[in-house]
Design a protein around this ligand. Structure first.
Ligand code: NAD
Ligand code: HSO
Ligand code: ZN
Length: 465
């Protein structure tokens, strides 16, 4: 890990972090080429990329429902009960996120509100390249089901022998995924965004993945809904001298082992801590079966040493990490100053992997600095809100003059007419115009009766230089 020392008032910057954007440009380019190809050639391209990147391509991408259900009998009962405990706690947390439609009536009888409607179909991406992610099946699917999504399809890459992990399939059975497809990477995202002969097009794609998956989601966004950029994992540990260096080392390694592109940050106001953490990391990492990935990730990790806790907190807000652990005295006092983090783990007992698996909040979280403006995956990602506006005649009469004046100021004649015609009906005590020809006469007087000087022209005379 490289060290950045913040002396005096020097603040951490994105240049210090060598971060040019949420995802590397070269990865964005590769993902774009794959997506465009799958969009054009469908299954043929899908098969080619599947074979190239995953080493095998199943004959049929769709996994039989019987196989999915059967996976529950193939895994240890302890694994199933761990899945069920996680399921219950994740569901309980997400049920609190449900947003109801609401309507409110004004005294004049006008009704305003919001209608909440679930997205009809989603694809949940479940990573499966360098590790298996049954926990992600639960995290992606439970909020979708709580929101009322009718069709949840799951995309996950096949293993080298063309099969899928029984653990991942068992999780799909527990979570109630509707259809499973053994396809992954940027090509899977393209397939769900545009549809192929064998993969259905959906309305929204959610879930985490490596940089290629995240880049593909970002590229198709707009043609299809996405949740966020949820790319290679990140952790930032904010620690003072009360932190245990061994625990901090394990917590950094827990995210580093996901992916060589995962990023770890240690931000501290204790100048002695980084060396102790590094020493513990050295002792631990050589015992890990994932040593190679872990080392590759830690290699580009960043240590920030600040002069005091306040400046350390400012640095954390610039990092805007996916996960933040607060290993400080009185950690809850620090919480109020944290502005940018996907999930915040407060105090020494709050191991980040508890949040990955069982605590209940979602582990699909924004990365690459996007925690500055994105949210954890939640029930709100699976619904749309429609505003509802229903005027009464009295409400129309009350609001019409202001609406017509604003329309006149914008020079939008038919906007004003739409309101003005109804205003005339209210004033005449009628519901519709009996004589359409008469109704259309002298329409400008109906549209904008206000004496504004020159409709559509700004009154202030200023020039933009
Ligand atoms: N942000 C979050 O919420 C979150 C949660 C869980 C996991 N993750 C991250 O998900 C990722 C999982 O990654 P993974 O690799 O194990 O599985 P993955 O399923 O995300 O990616 C595997 C796929 O990547 C594609 N791929 C690999 N190399 C490629 C290349 N050179 N060019 C184009 N495509 C390529 C292949 O198609 C392969 O199927 C990790 O980065 C992990 O940190 C993030
Ligand atoms: N830490 C990951 C999110 O970055 C989630 C996860 C799943 N399994 C283990 N970890
Ligand atoms: Zn993890």
């Amino acid at each position: 890990m490289r060290t950045i020392e913040l002396r005096g008032d020097r603040a951490l910057t994105n240049e210090d972090l060598e971060r040019k954007g949420a995802l590397p440009e070269s990865v964005m380019e590769s993902a774009k080429a794959i997506v465009d190809d799958v969009r054009e050639r469908g299954d043929e391209a899908l098969r080619a990329y599947c074979t190239k990147f995953d080493g095998a391509c199943p004959e049929d991408f769709r996994v039989d429902d019987e196989v999915v259900r059967g996976a529950l009998d193939m895994v240890d009962p302890e694994f199933v009960s761990a899945l069920r405990r996680a399921y219950d706690q994740i569901r309980d947390f997400h049920e609190r996120e449900v947003e109801q439609s609401w309507f409110s009536a004004k005294p004049d009888g006008t009704i305003l509100g919001v209608k909440v409607t679930p997205v009809p179909s989603v694809a949940v991406y479940v990573p499966g390249g360098r590790a298996q992610y049954p926990s992600t099946v639960l995290m992606d699917t439970i909020p979708a089901k709580v929101a009322g999504v009718g069709r949840v399809i799951m995309l996950t890459p096949p293993q080298r022998d063309g099969s899928l992990s029984a653990y991942t399939l068992a999780a799909a059975a527990v979570a109630g995924v509707d259809e499973v497809y053994a396809v992954g990477g940027a090509q899977a995202i393209a397939a769900a965004a545009y549809g192929t002969e064998s993969i259905p097009k959906v309305v929204k794609i959610v879930g985490p993945g490596n940089a290629y998956v995240a880049a593909a989601k970002r590229y198709v966004s707009g043609d299809v809904g996405i949740d966020m950029v949820a790319g290679p994992s990140e952790v930032c540990v904010l620690a003072d001298s009360t932190a245990d260096p061994v625990v901090v080392a394990a917590d950094l390694m827990a995210q580093a082992e996901h992916d060589p592109m995962a990023t770890c940050y240690l931000v501290t106001c204790d100048p002695a801590l980084p060396a102790r953490v590094e020493e513990a990391t050295e002792r631990l990492v050589s015992q890990s079966p994932r040593e190679e990935i872990t080392r590759a990730s830690l290699e580009h990790g960043v240590v920030v040493v600040a002069e005091d806790l306040e400046r350390a907190v400012d640095a954390v807000n610039v990092v805007a990490p996916e996960h933040l652990e607060l290993h400080t005295a009185n950690a809850f006092d620090v919480l109020g100053s944290i502005e940018n983090a996907g999930a915040i783990f407060v105090g020494p007992w709050s191991s980040e992997p508890l949040g990955d698996y069982v605590a209940g909040p979602n582990h699909t979280l924004p990365t690459g600095g996007t925690a500055a403006f994105s949210n954890p995956l939640g029930v709100y990602d699976f619904v749309k809100r429609s505003s509802v506006i229903s005027y009464s005649p009295a409400g129309l009469a009350a609001d019409a003059p202001a609406a017509q004046t604003l329309a006149q100021g914008e020079g939008l004649w038919a906007h004003a007419l739409s309101v003005g015609l109804r205003r005339r009906l209210v004033e005449e005590g009628a519901e519709r115009f009996d004589d359409p020809v008469a109704a259309c006469e002298d329409a400008t007087r109906t549209a904008w009766p206000q004496a504004l000087e020159a409709p559509g022209t700004p009154r202030l005379d200023f020039k933009v230089r």
